[in-house]
Design a binder for this molecule. Structure first.
Ligand code: FAD
Length: 284
């Protein structure tokens, strides 16, 4: 699973019918939709890599890019964790188990999981940034002996924004999980503050052999990278996933173009030094 630009091998414009097998409410505006592709032949050959996304299509409304948050070893179950942001995600939120929607993909580059073998791994996620990293955690858990120390630092505005609470608790048997919230409610007894504060305090015994992967609001990723570099990690070992307004998903329309890079086909996962100049420009 090298990080690569793996545009789907089939016709990338072809939308398949998918059915919602189940829906799990994750928070006030967030739910996870487990999708299955209807055509058994397509379902059988469908594969994805950690960090890739599908375009989900609501007829008469439009399409939205949504990360595949499932286990790449079980590509028949395709969970997508979705926060209501606008028209398409609102229409998706009105669906029920058993309903149909359109799906095309998978698109985009992937997290460099194979390059992490024998290394320590730090995953830093903010809010809805955890779903694109969850496939990495599935891979780590399935092959725990291949990796050194693995740490997930996870932050959200408030405790109800921390996704998959039961699952992240279970992960603590195998990896280190630290959580933080910006604002504590009465029932929160954990850390309060930005996620980079967790990174500042984290023990990093061998920074030269530590890989960082981060996904969340761009400002969070920018401070995360800055902190990681100050702790001795190299730019070559720092990876980000960018979410920009996307339309075609195949590098055609230019909606997600950032300088020379198309987030849809060159990303969404980029080695930090490749997008560093772009991330420094505000409002680009
Ligand atoms: C690679 C990738 C992976 C992603 N993965 C996920 C995921 O796993 N889960 C998830 O929930 N989201 C994910 N997203 C984000 C998701 O694709 C966007 O939120 C998408 O825009 C939602 O579509 P929509 O039609 O519901 O909202 P949109 O109508 O596109 O609105 C989204 C936001 O943009 C604002 N907006 C829209 N149009 C305008 C405008 N003309 N001017 C100003 N503001 C505007 C809206 O007010 C809203 O805040 C991902 C995005 C990318 C690129």
């Amino acid at each position: 699973m090298t990080p690569s630009t793996t545009v789907a091998r089939h016709d990338p414009w072809l939308t398949w019918n998918a059915t919602i097998a189940s829906i799990t409410r994750e928070g006030p505006d967030v739910a996870t939709y487990d999708l299955t592709i209807d055509d058994p032949e397509v379902a059988q050959r469908y594969r994805f890599l950690p960090g890739q996304f599908n375009m989900l299509y609501m007829p008469g409304v439009g399409e939205a890019a949504i990360s595949i948050s499932g286990d790449p070893a079980s590509p028949r179950q395709l969970p997508h964790t979705i926060r209501v942001a606008g028209n398409v995600t609102q229409a998706l939120a009105n669906l029920r188990a058993g309903d149909s929607l359109g799906l095309r993909g998978p698109f985009g580059s992937s997290w460099p999981v194979e390059q992490c073998v024998g290394k320590d791994l730090i995953l830093v996620a903010g809010g809805i940034g955890l779903p694109p990293l969850r496939p990495v955690i599935y891979e780590v858990l399935a092959n725990r002996e291949r990796y050194g120390n693995v740490t997930l630092l996870y932050g959200a505005r408030s405790s109800d924004g921390l996704l998959y609470p039961k699952q992240t608790a279970a992960w603590e048997d195998s990896i280190t999980v630290k959580r933080t919230v910006d604002r504590a409610s009465a029932d929160w007894h954990g850390h309060v503050g930005v996620v980079t504060a967790l990174l500042e305090r984290l023990s990093i015994p061998r920074p030269e052999d530590t890989v960082l992967m981060t996904c969340g609001p761009e400002v969070m990723m920018w401070y995360t990278i800055r902190t990681a570099l100050s702790r001795g990690l190299s730019k070559a070992n720092a990876w980000v996933s960018l979410e920009r307004n996307m339309n075609c998903a195949v590098g055609f329309c230019g909606h997600c173009q950032l300088g020379p890079e198309f987030v849809c086909k060159d990303g969404p996962v980029f080695r930090y030094d490749r997008v560093e100049p772009i991330l420094k420009v505000e409002h680009l």
